[in-house]
Design a protein around this ligand. Sequence first.
Ligand code: CTP
Ligand code: MG
Length: 383
Amino acid sequence: MSEFIAVIIPAGGSGERLGADIPKALVQLAGKSLIERCVNGIAPVASQILVAAPAGYEEQFRELLGSEVTVVTGGDSRSASVKAALAHVDPSARFVLVHDAARALASTDLAERVIEELRSGQSAVIPGLAVVDTIKSVDRDGYVVSTPDRSQLRAVQTPQGFDVEVLRAAHESDEQYTDDAGAVEAQGVRVKIIDGEARALKVTTPQDLESAHRYLLGDSDRTALRVGIGTDAHAFSKDPDRVLALAGLIWPDQVGVDGHSDGDVAAHAICDALFSAAGLGDLGSNFGTSDPQYAGASGLQLLHETLTRVTAAGFSINNVGVQIVGNRPKIGPRRGEAIAALSSALGGVPVSVTATTTDGLGFTGEGRGISAIATALVLRAGK
Ligand code: CTP
Ligand code: MG
C-alpha cells in the first residue's frame, strides 16, 4: 500500500425500515454485526478507518471495533455523518473511500478495483449495476413523467472513492445527498462508474437481511447448516413448596420438579440441542452437574450462556423447537409468553414451543414427571 487511504463508514442511521430495536449497523448477520463485517471487508485496503456511530452508541462501537478504528459521533443525516468523519481524516490521506455500513458484504476486491481507478487518475469512482427493471420518473400525483432509457441507468453502490480534496470541497455545502457522488457531481466533477457486485447489496429491509444471509450461506460448504437434538426429564417433587420452572416461565400454581438448577426441562433440552448442533458436547459437559456456579442457575441463564458459547465457536442459531411431554401444566395458554422468554434468552431467534401427553403411558403419562425434546438448527458463520 503506497498512498494513504482513509475509509469513512457512515453507520449513524437508526435503521428504521429494518425495524430492529438497535441501530442497523449493530444488527447481527450470521453471528457478526453488520459494522464488524463491513470493517473486516474493507480493512485490507485502509490506512485509516473512521466510523460514524449513532449518538449515544460511540462506546459500544469502540468496544466492538477495537482501537484500530476511530469512532466519531454521526449526524442527523447520512451527509452530516460523512462530514463529521471527514473532519478526522488524516492530513496525509490522498484518497478517501466512503462505504455504507449497510453494505456489509461488499468484497475487498470491489474496494481494490475502486482504488485502482483512483490511482490511474480518476478523481471520483463509484460501483454500479445495470438496472433490470424499467424505471419511471413520476410526479407527486403519481403520474409518470418519463421513462428514461434503461441502458443508461445504473444502481449505484459503495465503496465510493474520491480524491480527498474533491470530497472535502463537495462537503463544504450543507446540501443533502443520498450518496457522496451526488455531492461531487454537483461540483461538476466527472464521476467514473465501474462494475459493482450483487453481494454489495444494501441491507434496508428484513428481506435484504435474508438475502445477505443467503450470500453467506452460498459462500460456505454444505456443513454450514447443522442440526442438533436434546432431551431432558425430571420427576415432580414431593416437596409441595417447590415451584415449577418450565420453558423460561415460573408456574406459581404448579408443584415443581426435583433436579439440578431450576429443573426447566424445556430450556435444558434446548441447551443440549444447541450444543449438539454446534458439536460442543452437551449440557453436562458444559455446565457440569457438580459445578456450584450453575447450581442455582435458571434455565434462561443457561440458555443465554449457551448462546454465548455457541456464538463464540462461530455459529449463529437459525431456529429452535422444543416439545414438552407431560400431563401438566397446560402449555397452550402461556405458549406466547414461553416463546418470548426463550427467544429473548437466545438473542431473539425464532423458537417454537409445542406440548403433548403420552396417553397415560410411561412416567409422563402416569403424571410422575415432565420431559422435553428439542431440536436446533445452527449455521456456521460465514467469512
Ligand atoms: N447513516 C448515517 N447517519 C445518518 C443516517 C444514515 O451514517 N444520520 C448511514 C447508515 O448507517 C447507513 C448508510 O448511511 O450505513 C445508508 O443509510 P440507510 O441505509 O438509509 O440506513 P438508515 O438510515 O440507518 O436506515 P433507515 O433509512 O431505514 O432508517
Ligand atoms: Mg436512512
